[in-house]
Design a protein around this ligand. Structure first.
Ligand code: NAD
Ligand code: SER
Length: 313
């Protein structure tokens, strides 16, 4: 039996993950938490409480009261927001992870922590980017994610905490908007295509990044936590990807459905520099070998599904 607590449940990932976990493990057993009061399905379909994940005492109490044996720790500040306030990114990302890991050590919980392609930097091989390689990121977000991976591995090795994680690429979804990342353009482009027929992109036309459709990301979150621990050579964290997109390439995909769609470019130097420091294509063969990772959506299937859902909203 699993009793799960999710931090940062109101964000882009949590709004998809919580309903899926409740479907799999039962609504009363999945406690959604977030810094802010939420509305909609996440609070209506199961337990919810406001929780600041940086508050170690409050995290401990929430885990104890809910009798959680697994924590999905999603609360964080993402890359672009993190560059606007690097100290806040360090404080939120590191204090919350440390709080969750300490509680997990005391109460023998398993912990999932999402890492990111943001762990890589300008010195990392870009195409393909191996599972085990240079990790010297140029952003505060990336620094917290590298430190977070190391801390999760430490808690596993030193204290036996069952920590697992994946390095997500940019995630594309409808529903909750993305929370201040460099890959947000690949979500915004769909909303603007449906609403206005045109989009102004903050990255250059041929800036290539790894991406994934949210249904595949949610599968990854569930599958890695269900994976046989004896097969896991790596833990924190696995490269996972599903497709590689450029603004120009995604525009061509969207035009197959909306032939009049147009794109313009107003490059944001901060986010362009972040994107250029990240891989063009990560190698996710370790995830495929160790827990049978295999995404279902490529660029064409994702585009058709996004446009279908947004057009009928
Ligand atoms: P998001 O910004 O959409 O959501 C984050 C949530 O955390 C928000 O609801 C916010 O209110 C909450 N939060 C912030 N500070 C908090 C605190 N102190 N206590 C409790 N809650 C707090 O982010 P997301 O896209 O859902 O990402 C979740 C995780 O996945 C993050 O660790 C992020 O780094 C990682 N990730 C996301 C992507 C992506 O493309 N979305 C890619 C790679 C990794
Ligand atoms: N999508 C995330 C970001 O751009 C990657 O971790 O910050």
């Amino acid at each position: 039996m699993k009793r799960i607590l999710v931090t940062g449940a109101g964000g882009q990932i949590g709004s998809w993950l919580v309903p899926r976990l409740r479907e799999l493990y039962g609504a009363p057993d999945v406690m959604a938490t977030d810094l802010k009061v939420l509305s909609g399905e996440v609070i209506e379909a199961g337990p919810f409480q406001v929780l600041d994940a940086t508050d170690a005492v409050a995290v401990g109490e929430a885990v104890a009261v809910h009798k959680a044996d697994t924590v999905y720790h999603l609360a964080a500040i993402l890359s672009a927001t993190g560059e606007r306030d690097p100290r806040a990114a360090w404080k939120v990302n590191m204090s919350s992870l440390e709080a969750v890991l300490e509680v997990a050590r005391e109460r023998r919980c398993a912990v999932f922590t999402p890492s990111s392609i943001g762990v890589f930097g300008p010195d990392t091989p870009k195409n393909p980017t191996p599972q085990d390689t240079v990790m010297r990121p140029a952003t505060m977000y990336g620094i917290t994610k590298v430190a977070g991976e190391l801390l999760c591995d430490y808690y596993h090795r030193r204290f036996g905490v069952d920590t697992r994680g994946v390095r997500f690429p940019g995630l594309i979804s409808y529903g909750a908007p993305p929370g201040g990342g460099t890959t947000d353009w690949a979500v915004d482009i769909f909303y603007q295509a449906v609403k206005r027929g045109t989009y102004t992109c903050f990255l250059g036309p041929d800036t290539q990044l790894d991406m994934m459709y949210m249904p595949d990301a949610v599968d990854a979150l569930v599958e890695i936590m269900e994976a046989d621990p004896d097969r896991l050579v790596h833990r924190n964290a696995f490269n996972v990807t599903a497709m590689q997109l450029t603004p120009e390439g995604l525009t061509a995909e969207i035009r197959k459905h909306l032939p009049d769609f147009s794109i313009a470019y107003e490059i944001d130097p901060v986010r362009q520099a972040i994107a250029e420091s990240w891989p063009d294509r990560i190698d996710d063969s370790a995830a495929r070998e160790e827990w049978d990772w295999s995404p279902s959506f490529d660029a064409s299937a994702m585009t058709a599904d996004m446009l279908h859902h947004l057009s009928s909203e």
